[in-house]
Ligand binder design. Structure first.
Ligand code: 5AD
Ligand code: SF4
Length: 375
């Protein structure tokens, strides 16, 4: 019996697929080299942009033929896309050969769904956010890098973003559980890099009692003995505090590499996005990082073509990128996500305008990289 997992989207999904892998192996499945050889195929999906969802629909649809040849093949779809009830129901209706459709909070019960399918029952279940599962270990699959989840969910409700709807509110793991996981990972000796994961790592610990700050967590991680480096993502500019910048500057174990998504360089658009900072405040943080941590890598995400974004406002994004001279950026065309505030805004920007803007931004980034010799 073999399993194969197809993962879409962010590092959090990659890491959660490591949990699914551990569950599959506990059930007695071995990893298949390709999906055609698997008895159990899992799609761990992403909902961040329409393109991500289209890819999932295409690839799940393509399994129809395989399922015809192999009646006992089990097909499961999970993750952010199917945390949305409507999409989950559509998936089950459109693809009769899909056996399991579950959301982001169902993974600990995965074995139960597989057993129910073996007993002849298709499964559709979407759970609400619960406590963070500490019961199932991960099968680490990312070479020398070990992902370590520190929190789930997001409270920010940036108006374009589906994440708070499919991942629930912020919930931090107990500090001691995180430290113990890292001690265990370091003791294994194979991992040189520990990457802490959360949608908004800088607000780690605010919900714990007693509260713990992200800076404090970082500091305690750095006290663990061993030869490893620590990295983390993602930081929200509104929460990146001076004490975090100081810990990064001070601790040799922390990689000098900060992913700090700006999303836009224009104040009106930032306000409409509900980002809670201005261009000036963002640049203030960048200057502080440059001053306290010379040679720090800085990377960012940008969205172009947010509803009502004018050419001049887009130029503000271009000029921010030109000012900061990032080591690398990701640039995305705004994609309306059903249920979010921005998807209902007037003034949606035509696709060809978004395409032109994203091309211009990426061309600028390439030019800066060539000039600055950045990697
Ligand atoms: N459209 C386009 N890009 C988006 N992102 C999040 N939501 C959307 C959306 N609706 C981008 C942001 C975020 C990154 C992970 O994805 O830039 O930082
Ligand atoms: Fe989405 Fe904003 Fe939360 Fe990031 S901080 S996950 S962009 S809502």
């Amino acid at each position: 019996m073999k399993y194969f997992i197809v993962t879409y989207g962010c590092q959090m999904n990659v890491h959660e697929s490591e949990k699914l892998a551990a569950i599959c192996e506990k059930m007695g499945y071995d990893l298949a080299e390709k999906r055609e050889e698997a008895d159990l195929i899992i799609f761990n999906t992403c909902a961040i942009r329409e393109g991500a969802e289209d890819r999932v629909f295409g690839n799940v649809g393509a399994l129809k033929k395989l399922k015809k040849q192999r009646k006992d093949l089990i097909v499961a779809v999970c993750g952010c896309m199917t945390q949305k009830q409507q999409t989950a129901e559509y998936m089950l209706k459109t693809f009769p050969f899909v056996d399991i459709v579950i959301g982001t909070f169902n993974l600990p019960n995965f074995e139960h769904y597989v057993n129910a399918v073996k007993a002849g029952r298709r499964q559709l279940e979407i759970l609400e956010a619960g406590d963070i599962d500490e019961s199932i270990p991960y099968k680490r699959t990312s070479g020398e890098n070990a992902w370590v989840n520190i929190m789930q969910g997001c409270n920010n409700f940036c108006t374009y973003c589906i994440v708070p709807y499919v991942r629930g509110r912020e919930k931090s793991r107990q500090k001691e559980n995180i430290l113990q996981e890292i001690r265990d990972v370091v003791a294994e000796g194979k991992y040189k890099k520990i990457t802490l994961l959360g949608q908004n790592v800088n607000s780690y610990g605010k919900d714990l009692s007693p509260a713990v700050s992200f800076a404090q967590l970082l500091e305690e991680i750095c006290q663990i003995e061993g030869n490893f480096k620590v990295w983390f993502m993602t930081s929200h500019p509104k929460d990146l505090t001076d004490d975090v910048i100081e810990v990064i500057a001070r601790e040799d174990k922390i990689l000098k590499d900060i992913h700090l998504p700006a999303q836009s360089g224009n104040d009106r658009i930032l306000h409409l996005m509900n980002r809670k900072y201005t261009r000036e405040k963002y640049l203030g943080i960048i200057n502080k990082i440059r001053e306290k941590i010379p040679n720090c890598r800085i990377t960012s995400d940008f969205i172009v073509g947010f509803p009502t974004e004018t050419e001049e406002e887009f130029e503000d994004t271009m000029s921010l990128v030109d000012t900061v001279k990032y080591d690398s950026i990701f640039a995305f065309m705004y994609s309306p996500r059903e249920g979010t505030v921005a998807s209902k805004m007037d003034g949606q920007v035509p696709q060809e305008v978004k395409q032109r803007r994203v091309n211009a931004l990426l061309a600028l980034e390439k030019q800066i990289q060539q000039q600055e010799g950045k990697k």
